[in-house]
Design a protein around this ligand. Structure first.
Ligand SMILES: [Zn+2]
Length: 431
């Protein structure tokens, strides 16, 4: 599978060189590169600085050695190849040696980013793509359901990144958008890198781990390092106290319930023993989950849950923040206020009903620009439904009707909200 990934990435690298304007700037980084998509951020320096320290913090948090940069990391070797076939062969060779080969758009010159050393293993460098806004990032992926991601380029066939990002064969990539939570998101995504490395070198597979564990580790690490609590314990307690199980956690609760599971296991048996259990979790999570559940429930039994926590739990379950983001181009201020209220832990159940009531009213016909931003979001219904393997027929129907009514705002909006209610709120955001 890994070999296949590398080869398909190289073919991709070869194909996507032709005829497109570069729209990014690359900063060489000890662990690979930071790619500023569109334009470098005004705080590029502090982001680079933070990301560099975050690698050390996140690996050290798990008592793992920090990857060691190659001696020549600051000056990636530039090479050019006389023919496409020569380049293909060279890229294949470089890929098998864990180099990242970046071919700049419109030239035949490639840069070779050297591998890192981790735990005596040779590993791929990491590429961190930083977008100026979530809107720009989600547009590139034609998927408006995420704010940060590890390795997403290879998880499905995105529509637009082929022409906007540099082609690189390394499967180790992080995508982040500039928003108020970027520190937290960097820590979160870097934890996926550590987890992936630990799993791979233990002969297991990162992708085989349940989301409760991967998102739980990332949440536990990022919450611990940033001190941002975000209510995970209370949300997990609502699920545990209502006899929730660990092998069928609803996808929107994976993050909070996962954080609680990892916090519980680390407290019980320590970090090393927890990490040693990863291959076991990847091999048969349903079995392991049954064994963990009673102790985990008892651990959360005494947690006091206030009305605001219960409301936040319900909001998470219905993916209200994702619904609000999908509707962002036309979302009324009143709905934003309700969302803020709920997500800062001050909401009541009536606020959930209130949110749906506000957005059920068709807003005035928007401008063409705003409407275009709505059109860009349409694929998300299908993508989210496919991830969960439920509601696929309904998502297809929503997408179809959005296409049909693109010039009829009342009908268009009505179908958009049906999509939010019946697809997004029903099967959530499992990313
Ligand atoms: Zn994650």
């Amino acid at each position: 599978m890994r070999r296949y990934l590398v080869i398909s990435a190289l073919i991709f690298a070869l194909v996507s060189v032709a005829g497109v304007c570069a729209n990014y700037t690359i900063t060489v980084w000890p662990y690979g590169a930071i790619v500023w998509v569109q334009t470098p951020s005004a705080d590029a320096h502090s982001i680079t600085d933070y990301a560099t320290k975050a690698v050390k913090n996140v690996f050290s948090f798990w008592d793992e050695p920090v990857p060691i940069p190659a001696k020549n990391w600051a000056r990636p070797e530039k090479v050019s190849f006389p023919t496409a076939m020569a380049r293909f062969n060279a890229l294949l060779d470089a890929g098998s040696r864990h180099y990242a080969v970046v071919t700049s758009v419109n030239t035949s010159v490639s840069s070779l980013y050297p591998p890192l050393t981790w735990n005596t293993n040779v590993i791929y460098p990491l590429f961190l793509y930083f977008y100026p806004t979530a809107e720009a990032m989600d547009y590139d992926f034609a998927d408006y359901s995420f704010w940060g991601s590890y390795g997403r380029r290879y998880s499905y066939t995105p529509r637009r990144i082929d022409t906007t990002l540099p082609s690189t064969p390394t499967p180790k990539e992080i995508f982040i958008a500039h928003n108020t939570d970027w520190h937290y998101i960097i820590d979160h995504e870097l934890t996926h890198w550590v987890t992936d490395l630990i799993c791979t070198h233990a002969g297991s597979k990162f992708e085989a781990l349940p989301l409760v564990i991967t998102e739980g580790m990332a949440g536990y690490t990022a919450h611990s390092l940033t001190g941002d609590e975000n209510g995970w314990k209370q949300i997990a307690a609502v699920w545990a106290q209502s006899d929730g199980k660990l092998d069928d956690v609803p996808p929107p609760l994976d993050y909070d319930v996962g954080t609680s599971v990892v916090a519980y296991l680390v407290q019980q048996e320590g970090k090393q023993k927890f990490l040693d259990s990863l291959p076991k979790f990847a091999a048969d999570w349903p079995k392991e989950a049954v064994a963990i559940t009673p102790g985990w429930r008892a651990w959360l039994h005494e947690v006091k849950v206030a009305d605001g926590d219960r409301t936040l739990y319900e909001a998470r379950l219905e993916s209200l923040s994702l619904c609000a983001w999908l509707l962002d181009p036309v979302l009324p201020q009143e709905a934003r206020t309700v969302i803020d209220h709920i997500y800062t832990g001050h909401g009541t159940m009536a606020n959930i009903t209130q949110f749906w009531k506000i957005i059920s009213v068709v807003p005035p016909q928007p401008s063409d620009d705003v409407l275009t931003r709505m059109f860009h979001r349409e694929d998300t219904f299908v993508i989210v439904a496919n991830r969960d393997h439920t509601h696929q027929a309904l998502a297809a129907q929503v997408k179809n009707n959005l296409g049909k009514y693109w010039q009829d705002w009342d009908n268009y909006y009505t179908w958009f909200v049906i999509g939010l209610r019946k697809v997004i709120a029903a099967c959530g955001n499992p990313t």
